[in-house]
Ligand binder design. Sequence first.
Ligand code: CMC
Length: 436
Amino acid sequence: MNLSDNKATMSFSNGSPSIDLPVYAGSVGPDVIDIRKLYGQTGMFTYDPGFLSTAACQSAITYIDGDKGELRYRGYPIEQLATQCDYLDVCHLLLNGELPNTQEKKDFDLLVTSHTMVNEQMQFFLRGFRRDAHPMAVLTGLVGGMSAFYHDSTDITNPEHRHIAAIRLIAKMPTLVAMAYKYKTGQPYIYPKNSLSYSGNFLHMMFATPCEEYKVNPVLERALDRIFILHADHEQNASTSTVRLCGSSGTNPFAAIAAGVACLWGPAHGGANEACLNMLEDIQRKGGLSKVGEFMEQVKDKNSGVRLMGFGHRVYKNYDPRAKLMQETCKEVLAELGLENDPLFKLAMAVEKIALEDDYFVQRKLYPNVDFYSGIVQRAVGIPVNLFTGVFALARTSGWIAQLNEMIGDPEYKIGRPRQLFTGDTLRDVVPQAKR
Ligand code: CMC
């Protein structure tokens, strides 16, 4: 973060003296006005609910240019990472800052795969849940529960501990997501198979049973790997900010990641892929293609409360670059499974076409986001709709932990403590109950 020649001057209409505020430049992207001393100098806070104009931290991990529709991890465009690397390369990149060379890749992959099993006690923990519980409720509990198992890696001030907690989380998330699925279906848990790739192993733990040989389909393996890469990190989104805020108190890293899982669940964030598929299925049930026009009218009607799920983004005011890559994968997977004529995919294409041409969406710069296609891919792979956000959580774990570790290692890091504009009652006295 470099001090810019530019500085901001804030003046006040009530005659208070104006103040100069330093401006910092990043390596790319908007500059920031440093308001840390504002309260001390003026007795005033800034007001920015939803963080529309607030950089909450400095970070060197992920860069997004929302207007151009660009996403980079550590400087590399998402398009190159998605087509030339695998998910574990990306995890290495997010955590360590560089893509691994051949030896580093071997070591890193081995390190992650040697941590894929979870403590056997986890299955008893799972047993406490109802079988019909939402997998995100189960996952929030399981990830939080991990904080009770790994007492040797919970000192976040120790870089060694932070590293091993990161590896454990990345390695064990697929196992936990698959266990949540198996618990729901009543099938036996399938232990990890370390001869398989990260995504191949996940497919195996999800869909193998002890009674039959399971062969990983390489097209589906690649598709899942791409889903993981595209969802691995996304700058200071709601769940990542949650992880940072939660971790800023110095809490156990597993607990901080559990907070991220809980935040991701919401339909405005990670839950959008599930909500999007439910939306498409709902249109399908009501008549399919012939009902798309009617549905779009509802979306445009402010009073209906209906949103086009999988469309729009706080940061992207252009096509989400992940959506383009996901659309490619979607076509590959449907072709591999002979589902090119899948009615839901056709419906999605029709919805997308209308939305891209309609003034309502064009004027508001609402484009498809990654979730618009990832749900269709996951459904084709056989992942149940209510597990979609769990798969997102699995993938985002690498980003969460990389961001958490970056924050803890930042000398400027402080516990997160936002302030408020108080609008409640001013001072008043308690009236005795009989007189209220
Ligand atoms: N359908 C219909 N109208 C929309 C939509 C949508 N999906 N998204 C935004 N709008 C309208 C909104 O009504 C508002 O219109 P107006 O200016 O007339 O009041 C305008 O566009 C701006 O919307 P906003 O709510 O102020 O935008 P935001 O930046 O706060 O919200 C969002 C971003 C992602 C929450 C929102 O676009 C949305 O709810 N999308 C659907 C849910 C979704 O797909 N979420 C996944 C995000 S990508 C995955 C992830 O990173 O988690």
